[in-house]
Structure formats: C-alpha cells, structure tokens
Ligand binder design. Structure first.
Ligand SMILES: C=C(O[C@H]1C=CC=C(C(=O)O)[C@@H]1O)C(=O)O
Length: 410
C-alpha cells in the first residue's frame, strides 16, 4: 500500500496493531496537531505527508474528491478490508462555512495513532520522524475583545433577522458572532484539546489546520454503507442545580419556538439524505442532550446508503444544514452574509476525517475557534426564529462561548 503525492514518488504506508497507547492526545507534538476524539477513542495525527489548500467556490467538494482520489489511488489493498475504519492513510479536513471563503484544507498526516472498540493501531507514511515529547505550554492570562460586532450590535442584528422572519422573507436563520482572545504566551493547542476532551467527553474534540473545538453535532459518520448523524437545534443554558436543569429541559422540550427550530434542522437533513439512502430513519420526537454548558434538542438519524457515496460525498450534499444555515438555505446564507459582518471561516463548516475506503466521521465545527500564535478567534451563535428574544439569544451564544473559554483558561 502507498500514497501518491502528485509530483513526488509514492510513499509506503504501514498500519500496525499496537498495545493500548493511553491518552491519544498525550502523544501529540506541539506543532500542527490533528485530532478527532470522543470518549477517548478516535484518531490523532502529526506531520504532513500531503496537504491540499482547496480553492474556494461551488466546486470545492468536487475538487477535494479528485485530490483525495489521486492521493489515495494506490492506498487500498484487499488484505486491509478487515481493518477498522481510520486505518491506512487518513485525511483530516476542514471546510469553510461559506463556499466563497478561503481556508478549506485537507491534510494527510505522516503519523496517525488511533483507538476504536478497544483496538489500537499506528499508521506511518514514508519515513515518519520519531516523535519526541515536548512539555505543554500554559498560555497565561487571557483577555477578550469584541470581534466584528459588539454584544448590543449583535442583539440588534438578531432583532432585525427576527423581524424579517415575521415578515415572511424566510423561516429560520442561524446567526453567530466572534470574540477575539489574546493570551500572554503562545497558545499550545494540545492543552486546549486535553481540557476539551476531559470536560466534554460526549463531544468530538477536534484540531485541524488551526481550527480547534469540541462539537456535540455529528454531521455524518459513514462505516461501509451505514450512516449516522446527530441533529441538534434548540438550546437552553444549564441551570443553577438539578431541579433547575430539569425545569429548563422540560421547558425546552415544550417550547414551540425550539421545536420549530429543530424541525427545520431535521427537515434539511432528511431532504439531503433521502435521495442518497436505501433506508433512512429520523425520529418523530427529539430528545435532550445535556452537556456541561447547555442542553440541546437532539435527534439521532441513521440510514443505509444506496450506493458507494463516500463520507465526503454525503458531507457535500448535507452542508449547510439548517442547524447552522437556515430555511430556506439559500435565503438564509444571503441573510448571514448581509447581517453577521464577518467571515465564519471554518466555524459551522464540516470538520473531520476520511480514509481511503471513503469511511469517516465529520462534525459541524461548533464550540470552536481559530488558533494562531497568541490569538484565538472564537465563534458562537444560534438559530433565530420570528419570536426570538435578542437577549436570550445573546445569553445562549455566551453559554456556547464558554466551551472555548474554558479550553483557554482551564
Ligand atoms: C450555531 C450553534 O449551534 C447550533 C447547534 C445546536 C443548537 C443550536 C441552537 O439551538 O441554536 C444551533 O443550531 C453554535 O454552537 O454556534
């Protein structure tokens, strides 16, 4: 097995079963770590065997598909069919929310360390350098500044969007804002990942090309023909104690506004998955997902693909769902571009990994930030409906920011 790297010679790929390596995140080097971890399982990677900076535009997923086909051309051998998804070469990826934004990237790390269902393995591509441990760096004091909009300006924008929804221009739009964090010292992404994975084990802790976060929302997992998705929309911040949490959870389940918001998200997922699937199950009623900072309305979707679509083909069909865009999609994207006054970059875009078989897991990059040197740009937002209250939407966004603020501050 090997990977083709365009102009250079193909590189040999070796996947070896290994003893349990312990915390996967503890093996990462400081520079450019790649990660996708939930409940201690998943993949981490480092080094760079191949990288694609994907040109913006409507063809970006087709471009990525072609690039992957060329890189993985020789990577599939018959004897690896028994190996779990994520063995052999793997590309980690981030796609920007807006197809016109630059920053979509695919990287095949030189070394990948993985654990799934109690099995662990190491994949190396070419002569992967030996990994030496470097101590974690503390970022020191963190200070925050507004991104493109102050909190009152964002509330004003939410009110304008709600009015346009009441006027019948659209049904739902998801609006977000950014916060700029500056640390005393360079930010060590590994420290953020370790904190996120410990505090949010239910979420997917990820790091791809500077985009770091812990998202609860699984856009799509493909394992052979089987697919799964976790659709989230409708949120309440956590309460002051168990009784308050119960009361808030019940109110969320009973809230017409949140149920409508959730139904828009489910409808968009159903609409894009149905043509790709031989079987598709979407639950009739959402359940509650309780996280340390918020509770969400959640629906587990599962299905069986009708043909050999790769996980990236499914991602391309699904993005953006109404959990991050709105309804109808194109109108919502126009309103987002007009009102938010910022480039979402990778926030709310697909993030995850794909292997040479087309299996993989992609989340929606929520509860995340872009980390560079001493700075991090954090993002959070929420679904706006006609009866949205700007102050409650701001409080919800603030509760969502807490994920990355905790990652930075500990
Ligand atoms: C847009 C975000 O969350 C989405 C996912 C779950 C719940 C959401 C909500 O209730 O508004 C949002 O649709 C975010 O975390 O920035």
């Amino acid at each position: 097995m090997s990977v083709a790297l365009g102009t250079t010679r193909p590189l040999p790929v070796r996947t070896t079963p290994i003893r349990d390596p312990g915390n996967l995140l503890a093996s990462l080097p400081r520079t450019a770590p790649y990660a996708w971890i939930r409940h201690g399982e998943g993949l981490v990677g480092w080094g760079q065997a191949a990288r694609a900076d994907i040109p913006p535009g409507p063809d970006r997923f087709a471009w990525a598909r072609q690039w992957l086909a060329a890189v993985f051309d020789d990577a599939h051998s018959d004897d690896d069919d028994a190996l779990p998804p994520g063995s052999g070469p793997v590309a980690f990826g981030t796609f920007t929310f807006d197809e016109n934004s630059a920053g979509s990237t695919l990287v095949v790390p030189q070394t990948i360390l993985a654990r799934r269902n109690g099995r662990a393995w190491l994949t190396t591509i070419g002569d992967a350098p030996h990994q030496t441990f470097t101590p974690l760096l503390d970022p020191g004091r963190i200070s925050y500044g507004d991104g493109s909009l102050t909190a009152p300006a964002w509330e004003h924008v939410v009110a304008r969007a709600a009015r346009r929804i009441r006027d019948g221009e659209l049904e739902k739009v998801v609006l977000a804002r950014d916060l700029l964090a500056t640390a005393e010292h360079p930010i060590d992404i590994r420290l953020l990942l370790l904190r996120l994975a410990r505090r949010y084990p239910e979420c997917y802790t990820f790091s791809v090309a500077g985009l770091v976060g812990a998202t609860p929302e699984l856009l799509i997992r493909r394992t052979g023909q089987e697919i799964q998705s976790l659709v989230l929309a409708g949120t309440t911040p956590r309460g002051t104690g168990p009784a308050d949490d119960l009361r808030r959870g019940a109110a969320l389940l009973a809230s017409a506004k949140d149920r409508h918001e959730h139904e828009c998200a489910i409808a968009s997922v159903r609409q894009t998955l149905a043509p790709l699937c031989a079987q598709l199950h979407t639950p009739d009623e959402p359940e509650l997902l309780v996280l340390p900072n918020v509770q969400h309305l959640a629906s587990h979707v599962s299905g069986r693909l009708a043909d050999g679509a790769s996980v990236l083909d499914v991602v391309a069909a699904m993005h953006p769902t109404a959990a991050v865009g709105g309804t109808p999609t194109h109108k919502a994207i126009d309103v987002i571009r007009e009102l938010e006054g910022m480039d979402r970059a990778g926030y709310a875009g697909p993030v995850g990994w794909i292997d040479a078989h087309g299996d993989g897991e992609w989340g929606i990059a929520l509860r995340s930030g872009i980390v560079e040197g001493r700075r991090a740009r954090l993002f959070a937002g929420g679904g706006i409906m006609g009866d949205s209250d700007p102050a409650s939407e701001l409080a919800e966004a603030q509760a969502k920011f807490r994920v990355m603020q905790y990652a930075l501050e500990g």
